[in-house]
Design a binder for this molecule. Structure first.
Ligand code: ZN
Length: 133
């Protein structure tokens, strides 16, 4: 794993959260993107070399909606950048980590992604992401 790529924060209302985080970070999001397959709208902020991803549900049955219902708004996942997501998935599987998908999926911000079950990582939802070239 190369570095922390971003931190994901679950929010109820993307517009209100965008406005608040723009004030907090002193910069507007550089990208807003809907991931239809995941029923989420995302926006990305830069803070120096680091990124923050806000995620809000676009449908009531979105996993983000269910997450917020259960746990409320807040830090949702930590994403790590990897060069070869399939190799990392195989390595982690061999080490007993429970992955949430068999294959990488197309995520936001031009990435292939895979999530690791929080049960496998002391309560933290971990995302692997590989830049699509
Ligand atoms: Zn993410």
């Amino acid at each position: 794993m190369n570095k922390i790529e971003h931190i994901g924060i679950a929010v109820k209302d993307i517009d209100r959260a965008n406005s608040l985080y723009s004030q907090l970070l002193g910069e507007d999001p550089y990208k807003t993107e809907t991931v239809i397959s995941e029923k989420v709208i995302t926006s990305f902020f830069k803070s120096g070399p680091n990124k923050i991803e806000l995620l809000a549900a676009t449908e009531v049955d979105s996993t983000i909606a269910k997450y917020i219902e259960k746990k409320g708004e807040g830090i949702h996942h930590i994403a790590f950048a990897v060069d070869d997501i399939v190799a990392e998935m195989n390595r982690l599987r061999k080490n007993g980590f429970q992955l949430l998908s068999e294959h990488p999926k197309k995520g936001a911000d031009n990435k292939l992604v895979c999530f690791i079950h929080p049960k496998s990582a002391h309560g933290v939802l971990v995302e692997l992401c590989q830049e699509i070239k």
